[in-house]
Ligand binder design. Structure first.
Ligand code: URA
Length: 247
C-alpha cells in the first residue's frame, strides 16, 4: 500500500475528531500564542506630567494589548482570527455598543465594518454625527463561532475589559444595540419593547436602548427602522441637540 502522506494523515485524524464530536482544537495545541507588540511604557515621571487625557489614551492602548493577548474563553480564542477592541475618540459624545463582532469585524479587527456596520454608519450620519466622532464597541471582544449569541460565561469573562474600556473612554451618552446588550446595560430582564423609549443610566451616562442594525436589515416591514429613528430622536433630545429633518 502506498504510504499515506502527512497531510492526508492529519486530514483523517481531524475527520475522526470531528466524527467524535470535537468541533474545534484549542489553539494552545496548534499554535503558539501570538502577542501583539507591547506598547512602549513611558517612565513614571513622564506619565505624571502627562495630561489626564493622554494618560487615559495610554491606558486604553495597554488595555487593547491585554485584550489581544486574552485566551480566557477557550472556544473563542481558538476560533477567532483577531480581537475587536473598539474604535473612536475619548470623551465621545455617543458610544454605540453591540454584542459581539461578526465575520467581517473578526477579519479586520475593527467594529461594525460589515453590512450591519454600514447601516449603523447611515444611522449615525442621519443623527448629524460623523463616524469618527462616536465610539463603537462590543460587549464581547471575540467573534462567537457561527455568530451565535455570547454565553453567560463569555460575558462574565469580558466584563472587566468592557467596564475598564467604558471608564477610560468616558462617553457622554450610550446607545445599546439590540435586546441582548440593552438588557445587560439597563440591568433589566425585560423585552426590548419595554426598554425602548426610556432614558436609562449606565455608570453615570444616559443610556438609550434600540434595535441592532442586523435586525433592522432583516426586517422587511420597515417597522424596526421607524422605531430606531424614534429612539435616535430620543437620544438627540436627551443630548439637547436639534433633530435633523429626514432628507
Ligand atoms: N454586530 C455587532 O454587534 N458588533 C459588530 O462589531 C458587528 C456586528
Amino acid at each position: 500500500m502506498a504510504a499515506i502522506n502527512l497531510l492526508e494523515q492529519l486530514h483523517l485524524h481531524l475527520e475522526a475528531l470531528r466524527a467524535a464530536g470535537v468541533l474545534f482544537v484549542p489553539r494552545s495545541q496548534i499554535a503558539p500564542v501570538r502577542f501583539a507588540p507591547q506598547p512602549v511604557v513611558a517612565p513614571v515621571e513622564v506619565l505624571a506630567q502627562a495630561h489626564p487625557v493622554e494618560v487615559r489614551r495610554r491606558e486604553l492602548d495597554v488595555l487593547a494589548q491585554e485584550v489581544a493577548a486574552c485566551g480566557t474563553c477557550d472556544e473563542l480564542f481558538s476560533t477567532r482570527l483577531t480581537t475587536v477592541f473598539g474604535a473612536g475618540p475619548l470623551n465621545a459624545e455617543v458610544m454605540f455598543v453591540g454584542d459581539a463582532p461578526g465575520s467581517d469585524e473578526d477579519a479586520q479587527g475593527q467594529p461594525f465594518v460589515g453590512p450591519g456596520g454600514l447601516l449603523l454608519g447611515r444611522i449615525v450620519a442621519a443623527c448629524g454625527f460623523t463616524r469618527d466622532r462616536v465610539y463603537l464597541m462590543n460587549v464581547i471582544k471575540c467573534r462567537p463561532p457561527r455568530n451565535r449569541a455570547p454565553s453567560t460565561a463569555e460575558c462574565v469573562n469580558c466584563r472587566d475589559f468592557f467596564q475598564r474600556q467604558f471608564e477610560l473612554v468616558k462617553p457622554k451618552h450610550v446607545v445599546a444595540l439590540g435586546h441582548f446588550v440593552s438588557k445587560l446595560l439597563a440591568q433589566q430582564n425585560a423585552p426590548l419593547s419595554q426598554l425602548r423609549g426610556t432614558v436609562h443610566q449606565y455608570r453615570g451616562a444616559p443610556l438609550i436602548c434600540t434595535h441592532h442594525p442586523d435586525d433592522i436589515d432583516d426586517d422587511k416591514t420597515g417597522r424596526l427602522k421607524r422605531e430606531t429613528w424614534d429612539d435616535m430622536k430620543l437620544l438627540l433630545t436627551t443630548m439637547g441637540r436639534e433633530v435633523p429633518k429626514p432628507s
